[in-house]
Design a protein around this ligand. Structure first.
Ligand SMILES: NC(=O)C1=CN([C@@H]2O[C@H](COP(=O)(O)OP(=O)(O)OC[C@H]3O[C@@H](n4cnc5c(N)ncnc54)[C@H](O)[C@@H]3O)[C@@H](O)[C@H]2O)C=CC1
Ligand SMILES: O=C(O)[C@@H](O)C(=O)[C@H](O)[C@@H](O)CO
Length: 316
């Protein structure tokens, strides 16, 4: 399979869809078919895609991609899917939407089309509930922004055809050698990346709510320690090193009591009910600290992300 033969249909062109379009455009021979229910879809694409293209196709305008036929903007899902080899959705994070979408797409798409969902946490097996052929769908969970963040969590259901998993991994490795598809062996709530992220987020909210540390200082602690460490060595490799000659076994033997003490003391947080009073405080602290993010800040952070990747790839 060559990534160069693909007709890629993207359903849902919001935060993730626009960035995913830029990622797919890295393949100079692919054609990208865009569909969204918003009435201003063409203006939306013209307004937002250029910022993502700068890092993918420098000097290329969205208008030229549209006039050359590399980007096709569709007003119906039927025409958007009619010649697709890949159909990827970035629609609302809502299981009813995704179930009904895949049942519809399955009935209109070519039999050879690959089906991918960009969901943050709705398992493939839930999304296929109303499909005839449950082996076709695969979760391809990106991290925002997908045109820069390398990870793609490939999360099959027990019914997903292994060929679909192999195709997706090969596709993304070909389209962008810097991108990193990782196959998750078993469906679990939140997959892996978000479970790790949300475990840290829970404790971060607890520490701010308990007034142990400010929002700004907690972020500084992350960016001055775990962030750079884990960007270059990951969790287990870092602690394997931390254990000295005895490696990870030595680390656990040396710090078992301390780690267990912290594990026993970690915050238990609830998003709803009587124990959710922390939310307003932590939200207000974050808003006072950072305010709304701007496009300029986003671009600055994207450049820093790319710098981190340059360092990572120079330290294989
Ligand atoms: N925002 C993030 O950081 C990440 C989001 N995701 C996932 O990506 C998906 C999209 O998230 P966002 O881009 O943040 O949402 P968003 O709200 O920015 O975009 C959703 C888009 O879907 C469109 N839409 C709604 N109904 C539709 C329909 N029936 N047909 C076609 N398009 C329709 C909307 O008009 C909108 O443009 C979700 O499943 C989310 O969990 C995954 C990774 C990160
Ligand atoms: O963090 C990310 O970019 C992804 O892992 C996500 O899925 C989003 O954070 C999502 O959980 C919130 O929109």
């Amino acid at each position: 399979m060559s990534a160069n033969q693909n007709q890629v249909t993207l359903i849902g062109l919001g935060t993730i869809g626009i960035s995913m379009a830029a990622l797919h455009l890295r393949d100079p021979n692919s054609t990208i078919h865009l569909f969204d229910v918003r009435s201003d879809i063409e203006q939306h694409i013209l307004a937002h895609l250029p910022a993502f293209l700068e890092s993918v196709c420098p000097g290329t305008s969205v208008e030229s991609l549209i006039s050359s036929g590399r980007i096709k903007i569709h007003t119906t899902i039927e025409t958007a899917c009619s010649e697709a080899t890949i159909i990827q959705e970035q629609g609302p994070e809502n299981v009813s939407f995704k179930k009904s979408l895949w049942a519809q797409v399955e009935s209109i798409a070519p039999p050879y089309a690959h089906f991918w969902s960009s969901t943050s946490g709705i398992p493939t097996s839930e999304q296929t509930a109303d499909m005839q052929d449950k082996s076709r769908l695969l979760v391809v969970h990106p991290f925002n922004p997908p045109h820069i963040m390398p990870l793609l969590e490939i999360v099959p259901s027990p019914n997903t055809n292994q060929d679909e998993v192999d195709f997706a991994c090969t596709y993304f490795r070909q389209v962008s050698p810097r991108h990193c598809p990782v196959v998750i062996k078993k469906e679990i709530c939140g997959f892996v990346g978000n479970r790790l992220a949300f475990a840290v987020l829970r404790e971060a909210c607890y520490l701010v709510e308990q007034k142990v540390v400010s929002v700004k200082d907690l972020d500084q602690i992350m960016m001055s320690s775990l962030g750079p460490r884990w960007a270059l060595n990951g969790v287990f490799e870092s602690y394997n090193s931390g254990g000295g000659v005895d490696g990870f076994r030595g680390f656990l033997n040396k710090l078992e009591a301390t780690v267990q003490g912290v594990w026993n003391d970690l915050g238990v947080m609830s998003m709803t009910g009587d124990d959710s009073h922390w939310k307003e405080y932590v939200i207000s602290q974050t808003e006072q600290t950072y305010g709304p993010s701007s496009l300029g800040q986003t671009r600055e952070k994207e450049e820093k992300l790319r710098e981190v990747q340059r360092i990572q790839t120079s330290n294989p």
